[in-house]
Structures are given as C-alpha cells and as structure tokens.
Design a protein around this ligand. Structure first.
Ligand code: C2E
Ligand code: MG
Ligand code: MG
Ligand code: MG
Length: 284
C-alpha cells in the first residue's frame, strides 16, 4: 500500500508540471497570431504628482484577450514573448499605440505623459527604438512626453550596452525609469551609471507600507538616495490613503496605485481624468 501511495504522489507531481508546460506551449502557439488578430489592447493607469495632486501622466499596460485561451495577464505572457523573441514586435506595437493615444490627448488639450514598459532585450534591438522615434515624428510629439520603464534585471544582463542606449535616449529627451526597484540586485554604482531619470519603487514594498516598519525604512531611504542622485521618484501599488500620506511626507514625487485608480480603457480613463482634475482645481 505504501508503494502505491508513493506512485500516486509522483504521478500527481508530474501532472502538475505537465499542466504548466502545456499552458506555456498553448500560449506560445497562440501568441504569434495575437497581433494580426487584434487581440491586444492597452489600458492606462494614472500617476499623481504629490505637490498639486494632479494627474500628469499614465502608465500604459498591455492586455490580451485570446480567442483560444481567453484573458491572459502580462505577467504570464510577457515572459513567453521574451523567450520566443516576439516581444520586440509586441513592444513596437505598444509604442505605436501609446503614441497615437498621447497624440489624441494632446490634440484635445491634455498634455499627458506616458510611460511604456520595455523588456530587457528591447533596448538592444534597433527596430523597436527606430519605430518609436519614427512614430513620434509622424505625430510631431516631443520625446519629453515619454518614459521608458526598464527593470533592474534588464540592466544587470548587459550593463554596458544598456546604459549606452539609455544615455542616448536620455540625451534626446526621453525619460528613463528603473521599474520594480528593490526586487533586483543592481548595485548603487550601477544605478548611478544608468542614466536613468526616475526610480520606481516596487509595489511589494508599498502595498503593506503602513504595517511594515522594515518596508518603511527601505522606501524612505530609497527616496532619499534617489533624490541625492537627482532622480525623480515614483511609488507603484499605492492602495490606501495612509500609504499615500507617508509617501508624500517622505517627498516621493509621484504616486500610482488602486487608491487613485486601476488601469483603465482610454474612454474610462478620460472620464476619471476630467473628474479628478476638476476636483484638484476645486481644492486649490
Ligand atoms: P509593472 O510595469 O510593474 O506594472 C505595474 C503593475 O502593478 C500592473 O500590473 C498594475 O496593474 C499593477 N498595479 C498598479 N497599482 C496597483 C495596486 O495598487 N495594487 C496592486 N496589487 N497592483 C497594482 P499588470 O498590468 O498586470 O502588469 C504586470 C507586469 O507586466 C508589469 O509590471 C510589467 O512588468 C508587465 N507588462 C505590462 N504591460 C507590458 C508591456 O506593454 N510590455 C512589457 N514588456 N511588459 C509589460
Ligand atoms: Mg512598469
Ligand atoms: Mg513596476
Ligand atoms: Mg512589475
């Protein structure tokens, strides 16, 4: 009986592995069709400037509604796209979409900035950046309205070439943000050499801020350090008024999170934005 139970456990374990593997295979098979079938769209999450409380920018976040697999989150499909190399085409699409959206908002008189997420190797891939800059020219938009978010991990993989690319982007006026700060292992030295303009503190430190003294110390000293390096600081994952209050007290420049708004479809974002800005004006 003992031997039999052991065998059952082994079977259950390998079944689990198979399921994860089959899921990845299914995603890899569906992903190449997603662009052509128009299955992607962007949602936008507001970023709030602490001084005036107004919304000055948004982060563009990718959504995928697959015909075969239904709704799949970016945390699941982005790694698969990175593995297959399809990510570059996807990032180019995201940039083009975000630029079109910003152009529309600017035409309507709303001078919003947009942050776009870049994967590690996107910066080492010429066509992504070329597409980005071409689209900006098409729409007569200034690079200063765009922030590229890269993770610390991207930076650790190929520090020299990455910081070279980031430097040239920065010289053109693009913002460069270190996303998910605190989850990677970059040294202070690397951060200094990165040519970033912004540090984005990972939501894992922000979400439990009011209950966790260690997180408070980490976040507070990260803000101080970033400011001393001349970086703008953003906190993501702000879910409560208390967290927003602490972050403002510590001088964090911008806040992003469910406390203000979830990522929204363009139409709903505009509704939220107009209402929010009216409120800010009323309170000032
Ligand atoms: P990220 O760039 O760090 O984006 C922030 C994530 O935190 C988003 O998840 C957002 O919906 C979520 N979030 C924002 N505020 C809160 C909050 O108050 N509480 C909680 N619990 N979560 C909050 P999302 O949209 O699922 O994206 C996950 C990750 O997928 C992103 O993390 C980014 O790394 C990646 N991603 C999303 N869109 C793209 C894209 O267009 N290109 C690339 N390369 N990666 C993308
Ligand atoms: Mg991001
Ligand atoms: Mg992040
Ligand atoms: Mg993230």
């Amino acid at each position: 009986a003992h031997g039999r139970r052991k065998k059952l456990m082994v079977t259950a374990y390998t079944d689990g592995l198979d399921l994860a593997y089959i899921r990845t295979l299914a995603i890899s098979a569906a992903l190449p069709k997603a662009l052509a079938r128009n299955e992607f769209h962007l949602v936008y999450q507001p970023k709030i400037a602490i001084n005036a409380g107004s919304c000055t920018g948004v982060e563009a976040l990718l959504r995928w509604q697959s015909e075969e697999l239904g709704w799949i989150g970016p945390d699941e499909f982005i790694p698969v796209a990175e593995q297959s190399g399809l990510i570059h085409e996807i990032t180019a699409w995201v940039c083009t979409q975000a630029i079109e959206q910003v152009a529309t908002w600017h035409q309507q008189g709303h001078k919003l900035k947009v942050s776009v997420n870049f994967s590690a190797n996107d910066l080492l891939h010429d066509t992504v950046l070329t597409t980005f800059e071409e689209q900006l020219k098409v729409h007569h938009l200034d690079p200063t309205y765009f922030v590229l978010e890269v993770t610390e991990g991207a930076v650790v993989e190929n520090p020299e070439l990455t910081s070279q690319r980031l430097k040239s982007l920065r010289e053109k006026g693009f913002g460069v943000s270190i996303d998910d700060y605190g989850t990677g292992y970059s040294s202070l030295l690397q951060l200094r050499d990165l040519q970033a303009t912004e540090l984005k503190i990972d939501r894992s430190f922000v979400m439990k801020l009011e209950h966790n003294v260690a997180d408070q110390t980490i976040v507070r000293s990260s803000i101080q350090m970033a400011h001393q390096l001349g970086l703008h600081v953003v906190a993501e994952g702000v879910e409560t008024e208390r967290a927003a209050g602490l972050l403002s007290d510590w001088g964090c420049d911008e806040l992003q999170g469910y406390f203000y708004s979830k990522p929204l479809e363009p139409h709903y974002f505009m509704q939220w934005y107009l209402q929010h800005q009216a409120q800010v004006k009323e309170n000032s």
